[in-house]
Write a protein that binds this ligand. Structure first.
Ligand code: 1X8
Length: 320
């Protein structure tokens, strides 16, 4: 590579780093530090360099988010570690029974973490040396579909992590309520069938064979689990969520440590109240034992962790 090309390669790398930093601030921290114009101008300048010197294009360039060709179908992905389901509970009494069983096995010194149960589509994202290499649907928990090209168009999914980690993370891909309303208005005007709810709209958007269509759907993500916590050096779920955000993922901020049923029920009642005001749909609250060693002690049943429960809200009134 000539010296001038090498200099351009360095310049393009710095531009990508800057653009990915701006995207992290905007989509993950929800705290942009520059005007859209600054981002758009820098993006435009990077496109110009990459168009002139395609050999300088890298997989983590923001210009590559909507690069994928139209697929004929989705490859199957066998999950090394299955995506488990959650045991559902519907009453305070069932939560009391869950907490009592956990404390019977672990003793009184147990802390729980409550997280919002996002009404979207479970996804799993694989990174190698910090680079996004594969994204897949949950499928039946053991076999899913490779939707990497579609997930690359989701702006809150980092194409490169803040650290060169090799990890697999799991979370939810969802369509914000506002995007859902706008999409259905456009579809209705175009005489197309409208989606029944944001979850169906997100599923339909991720199952598009053309990533350019997915890119128009304003999908978002909340990540909440790492398959192997080793690389993150964390001992519990609450710290893991902080670390997930620090390395570049969009993590829901409404997480809360709870010591007992009263605090868990307080959280549940708060979000049953606030549910309609949130910019995304939730269908409950996930209650987890916080400490990872205690989670390991409790283990799993055939399909679900014994250290977690999903409290389901009663259905909201029909979509208006
Ligand atoms: N099926 C599952 O294991 C989960 C499903 C979900 C969901 N839809 N939303 C949030 C969480 C969470 N914060 O853990 C989980 S965990």
């Amino acid at each position: 590579m000539s010296e001038s090309i090498a200099k351009l390669a360095d310049q393009a790398a710095r531009m990508r780093q800057e653009l990915n930093k701006y995207a992290y601030e905007y989509y993950v921290k929800d705290n942009p530090t520059v005007e859209d114009y600054v981002y758009d101008k820098l993006y435009h300048d990077l496109v110009a360099i990459e168009e002139k010197y395609p050999e300088l294009i890298t997989s983590d360039s923001p210009t590559q988010r909507v690069g994928g060709q139209v697929l004929q179908g989705f490859e199957k992905v066998v999950h090394d570690v299955p995506l488990y389901s959650l045991n559902d509970v519907f009453t305070k009494e069932e939560i009391v029974a869950f907490i009592n069983r956990v404390k019977k096995e672990l003793g009184e010194n147990v802390t729980f973490v409550c997280e919002l149960k996002i009404d979207g589509l479970s996804i799993t994202l694989r990174y190698e040396d910090g680079l996004f290499v594969r994204g897949a649907t949950r499928g039946d928990g053991t076999v899913g579909e490779n939707i990497t090209e579609n997930l690359k168009t989701v702006r809150s999914i980092p194409l490169r992590l803040q650290e060169p980690l090799t990890i697999e993370v799991r979370g939810e891909c969802f369509m914000p309520k506002k995007s859902f309303v706008t999409l259905n208005e456009k579809r209705d005007e175009a005489g197309q069938a409208i989606f029944a709810n944001p979850r169906n709209a997100a599923a339909g958007s991720l199952r598009q064979l053309d990533p350019k269509v997915t890119a128009t759907r304003n999908l978002d993500t909340f990540l909440y689990t790492v398959v192997d916590f080793g690389p993150l050096h964390v001992a519990n779920q609450f710290t893991a969520l902080n670390q997930l955000e620090n390395v570049g993922f969009h993590v829901n901020h409404e997480r809360r440590l709870c010591k007992n049923v009263e605090e868990i029920w307080e959280y549940i009642e708060e979000f049953q109240e606030r549910r309609t005001t949130l910019p995304y749909e939730i269908d409950g609250v996930v209650i987890k034992v916080n400490d990872f060693h205690q989670q390991e002690e409790l283990g799993f049943t055939v399909k679900a962790p014994r250290w977690a429960a999903a409290y389901k809200f009663p259905p909201e009134e029909a979509q208006t």
